[in-house]
Design a protein. Structure first.
Length: 320
């Protein structure tokens, strides 16, 4: 009988997370997933930085130095996409995974399995994007903003670029839903909206901004895809469209993203974990959140401007 009890206690000591690589593949712990985001962000930072080194080396002196002009344009495009979507955004999501549950007294994120999935989408998205470097014609070379008509002059890289951006958007929306569900439903009893730390408030606003603007970006790149492969004319002036429509769609994303990064970095710089609406910095917190909310209306207005161009392009779609 005693041996059975001893075996039972002995087995209890082996409970815990899986060992080795599988711990990180299947983890649902918010700290582990936050660490994965931060390491992924760091690796993308190094990769994007290596592309920047190529750019700066080429610009060291006038004239052609190291790479051809086509490859130089590919480097500028890939550098921007990797730095924005691969370094900056995952870094903030990693910090949110680490800090938000602890700051509101939650044991974990509200949707831990979706949290795991939202991270593991990213390596496949960026593997697809980076694979365009090895395709005939090379990587996209129209700038990280993907403005037509330059980006539409690419070969197969256009489809890979659009699909990778869709995957990045899916990951961002899933992460934003998780943050909103966590903050709204898993706060400790003594943590109300008016005494949440500033960092939590900024991420609550950021999550709503991401849900508002990522579908706009998805719609814009899908319009690029149909222009490239289905002969529509959303951004083709000869068919009744216009490249300025993509400018407005991009404004919806970049304006809101700028607000997101601004209020997020301000929270990290000023929040000691106790800053809330009831402290001396409360006015500053309210100011930041108000500016973040304004980003939603900026994005909404830009989206409406873009929709105003579609009456020129819809007849073109049906005539294909």
């Amino acid at each position: 009988m005693s041996s059975v009890i001893e075996d039972h206690h002995h087995d209890d000591h082996h409970h815990g997370p899986a060992k080795g690589i599988m711990r990180w593949v299947f983890t649902t712990n918010h700290k582990d997933i936050g660490t994965l985001y931060l390491w992924f962000s760091f690796m993308m930072f190094l990769l994007g930085g290596s592309f920047a080194l190529v750019i700066r080396a080429e610009l060291f002196q006038p004239g052609l130095q190291i790479v051809e002009p086509e490859f130089f344009n590919q480097m500028t495009t890939m550098h921007g996409l990797i730095m924005v979507f691969g370094a900056v955004m995952p870094a903030f999501v990693g910090l949110a995974n680490w800090l938000v549950p602890m700051m509101i007294g939650a044991p974990d994120m509200a949707l831990p399995r979706m949290n795991n999935w939202s991270f593991w989408i990213l390596p496949f998205a960026f593997a697809m994007l980076l694979s365009t470097l090895f395709m005939p014609g090379g990587a996209p070379a129209g700038g990280w903003t993907m403005y037509p008509p330059l980006v539409l002059q690419g070969g197969h890289n256009v489809g890979f670029l659009v699909f990778s951006v869709h995957m990045m958007g899916i990951s961002s929306i899933m992460g934003a839903i998780n943050v909103i569900a966590t903050i709204m439903n898993m706060r400790a009893p003594n943590v109300g909206y008016l005494n949440m730390p500033l960092f939590v408030w900024t991420w609550l606003i950021t999550a709503f901004l991401l849900i508002a603007v990522m579908p706009v970006l998805a719609g814009a790149v899908t319009m690029l895809l149909t222009d490239r492969y289905f002969d529509t004319s959303f951004f083709n002036a000869a068919g009744g469209g216009g490249a300025e429509a993509l400018n407005d769609l991009s404004d919806a994303v970049t304006n809101s993203s700028g607000v997101t990064i601004g209020i997020g970095t301000n929270a990290l710089a000023n929040d000691d974990g106790s800053t809330n609406f009831n402290t001396a910095l409360g006015y500053k917190a309210g100011e930041d959140i108000t500016s973040g909310t304004g980003g939603v209306f900026v994005g909404y207005e830009a989206g409406l401007q873009a929709v105003s161009y579609t009456h020129l392009t819809l007849p073109t779609i049906y005539s294909v």
